[in-house]
Design a protein around this ligand. Structure first.
Ligand code: GLN
Length: 542
């Protein structure tokens, strides 16, 4: 019998539902249970792929090529899962399939309605996610805030699931903000109380409440939350700000959340195994070294735009006992004031992330050039890989105005060009080269030193690639394409062997980076940053 946990959020968005959901999953996993997770995003987009990262944070890519909400990244990192596109439900996906069924005649003769047709579709998708993985528990996080109009059909569906699956097989967890007033330092529970009332109004009584606040919530306030929430005090937990998000399951489990959830759902778990997780958390919170990384991007104003990348850098840091301090720099600043580029000398490493469109690209290219000429460790990912190719073509191969046709369609030297199969593609949704593809590495390369295997799978999300017409001239001038697709036609990694560490990948290693098992590219980069800082002659990839 599969059990279901539903996580809702109150007062405001970004309250930490994703981390709470992942943490509950972790508490169950360390007790030997098998969790899976579904994220509900009540917006009408079919997936996150067409959204600007500035509005919604990064687009997380799954193995099967789903362009999903960034919370799937948290579930994968916390639970070491490989989730599928179908683990992310949106209003768009649900309506699309109900409308397709209606057109097909599946509901012939009936009036198709939100209840029961839309809610049935939602419920069957949640249940299918559990079946697909053979899970013991399906955690479902309902995005947005309780009270949002667009969230109502989803809340109605999870309300119905209690009746269908039974009390002992369903649990509602609610997380809401408890603000602390500046002036009096008082913890205020009224907004949380209202959000619980809002849930009850539609027929959901939470079983546990996580009170989210900057500090540990005092006993008196917890009692008040229990009283107004109509739940025992043992079901209220203080989700205060932690030094690292990876500490959250430990913090909440210590307060009894894991045992409470297991008892409530009838799981008889007697032991829990946190050793590996604790080792990773210790490495994160007790580092021996520190490196400063400049992330030169286009969406620098919203750090969630780069969350998988910043986490992969931290995973890499933990593996070399190093704290990674990331400064998010707007690439355009180097275009407006070229003198600023010298500020990059204050950093131990320069990182150029993914991106789309022309804005900020010249600034990023200047940053790559600065890294190369000053031999500062450099890692480029996807657009970072493409812009490094352009920089090398322009400044080393003397190919004047070399560019990507994404940036300048009339470039005399289109060293980065649209993939042939992309020509004529008009739809923007889910049409990039997406998901995992095999990479083949050449031995005796930085890439091989990092990955220690000739073939492996990594995730992708791009439309453009290195133009094969230019590979020869780039190679002749010293750029090594050490990794390729198995047919040899797509360049996947590049490196400059005479530099301290200069490496870039067309693929996105960050999506598969895990606590304790960092992406080799990211780990190698951080290792190089710390080694160079410590004055070692060569980076030590172990
Ligand atoms: N804009 C580039 C492309 O589409 C790079 C994409 C990315 O960085 N994910 O190929």
């Amino acid at each position: 019998m599969v059990k279901y946990i539903f996580v809702t959020g109150g007062v405001l968005s970004s309250v930490g539902k994703g981390i709470l959901t992942s943490s509950i999953g972790k508490m169950l996993q360390v007790r030997g249970l098998k969790p899976t997770v579904v994220k509900i995003d009540p917006y009408v987009n079919v997936d996150a792929g067409t959204m600007n990262p500035y509005m919604h944070g990064e687009v997380f890519v799954t193995d099967d090529g789903g362009e999903t909400d960034l919370d799937l990244g948290w579930y994968e990192r916390f639970l070491d899962l490989s989730l599928k596109q179908s683990n992310n439900l949106t209003t768009g996906t649900v309506y699309k399939s109900v409308i397709e069924k209606e057109r097909h005649g599946d509901y012939l003769g009936r009036c198709v309605q939100i209840v029961p047709h839309i809610t049935n579709e939602i419920k069957s998708r949640i249940k299918n996610a559990g079946k697909a993985l053979g899970a013991d528990v399906v955690l479902t996080e309902v995005g947005g805030t309780v009270g949002d109009i667009e969230g109502l059909p989803f809340l109605e569906a999870i309300r119905q699931m209690r009746m269908e699956e039974g009390y002992e097989n369903t649990l509602y967890a609610h997380v809401a903000l408890v603000p602390i007033l500046d002036v009096t330092q008082e913890m205020k529970t009224k907004p949380l109380q209202h959000s619980v009332n809002e849930l009850r109004r539609i027929g959901i009584q939470p079983d546990i409440i996580a009170a989210r606040s900057a500090q540990m919530i005092d006993a008196e306030t917890l009692r008040k939350i229990a009283l107004f929430g109509t739940i025992p005090e043992s079901a209220v937990f203080s989700a205060y700000n932690a030094d690292s998000v990876y500490e959250v399951p430990l913090i909440l489990d210590k307060q009894g959340m894991g045992d409470f959830v297991c008892q409530r759902l009838g799981f008889n778990c007697t032991t829990k195994e946190y050793e590996e997780w604790q080792t990773f958390v210790n490495a994160i919170i007790n580092p021996e070294h520190e490196v400063k990384i400049a992330l030169v991007g286009k969406y620098a104003g919203l750090t969630d735009s780069y969350v998988s990348m910043s986490e992969a850098l931290k995973h890499g840091g933990a593996a070399c006992k190093t704290k990674v301090c990331i400064t998010y720099l707007e690439a355009e600043k180097f275009e407006k004031d070229p003198q600023c580029i010298k500020d990059l000398s204050n950093f131990d490493g320069i990182f150029v992330p993914y991106g789309f469109g022309p804005r900020g690209t010249e600034g990023k290219i200047s940053a790559v050039q600065y890294a190369r000429e000053n031999d500062i460790p450099f890692l480029g990912i996807c657009y970072g890989f493409q812009l490094a190719t352009i920089e090398f073509a322009r400044n080393v191969c003397n190919l004047k105005d070399a560019n990507s046709t994404e940036i300048n369609p009339d470039s005399p030297h289109p060293v980065i060009d649209l993939m042939p199969e992309q020509r004529g593609v008009e739809y923007k949704g889910a049409t990039m080269r997406l998901g995992t593809h095999k990479i083949h590495l050449q031995p005796n390369s930085i890439a091989f030193n990092l990955y220690k295997q000739e073939e492996f799978m990594e995730r992708h999300r791009h439309r453009f690639e290195v133009n094969l017409d230019y590979v020869e001239i780039l190679k002749k001038n010293g750029l090594v394409f050490s990794g390729k697709s198995t047919d040899g036609r797509r360049m996947e990694t590049l490196e400059l062997p005479d530099k301290y560490f200069y490496f870039a990948t067309q693929f996105h290693g960050e999506f598969k980076s895990r606590p304790g098992r960092p992406s080799p590219a990211y780990r190698g980069f951080i290792q190089a940053c710390i080694d160079r800082k410590l004055g070692k002659p060569n980076p030590t990839f172990v």
